[in-house]
Design a protein around this ligand. Structure first.
Ligand code: ZN
Length: 160
């Protein structure tokens, strides 16, 4: 079964070979959209135009693979195709997001600190203090103080 899921993920790799296609899936993941909405959301967020000659054939490909379905909806006087991910399409998109997150975490993690006291993630502006000869990062002064208190009096952590 794991093998089957893997094959399907590889299948989608052939389809999603660039950022534009990846981002079209992201838009569909948020909810149903017709072609023009996909084009305009793409432009608004990516700050770049995506060609309709990429979007429409891609939607057709996804539909043939059973990853997307469409409904006809009247918008003004016209009927528009509203595209939506199928359940399988959502599953594959989620798998793709996870893989993508793993890839980008390599670039993001080095700038990420974890507060030595509460364990929350600090993206920038960590509060640093040298305690016991070791430079530690905290999310705030208060966490640094609590950390020192706990370190100096490990038995008294129940007081507060
Ligand atoms: Zn903290």
């Amino acid at each position: 079964m794991a093998t089957k899921a893997r094959m399907e993920t590889e299948n989608i790799d052939d389809l999603v070979s660039d950022f534009s296609r990846f981002y079209i899936l992201t838009i569909l993941y948020e909810g149903p959209a017709h072609g023009y909405q996909i084009l305009s959301r793409f432009k608004k967020r990516v700050k770049k135009e995506v060609s309709p000659s990429l979007v429409y054939p891609f939607l057709q490909q996804l539909e043939r693979k059973g990853l997307v379905k469409h409904k006809l909806k009247s918008v003004g006087e016209k009927e528009k195709k509203v595209f939506e991910l199928t359940r399988r399409g959502r599953e594959l998109t989620t798998a793709l997001f996870k893989r993508f997150a793993e890839l980008v975490s390599i670039a993001i993690e080095p700038s990420l600190y974890v507060c030595a006291h509460c364990g929350c993630k600090v993206y920038e502006g960590a509060y640093r203090e040298t305690i016991g000869g070791e430079e530690l990062a905290f999310c705030c002064k208060h966490c640094a103080r609590s950390y020192k208190e706990m370190k100096n009096a490990p038995q008294s952590s129940e007081q507060n």
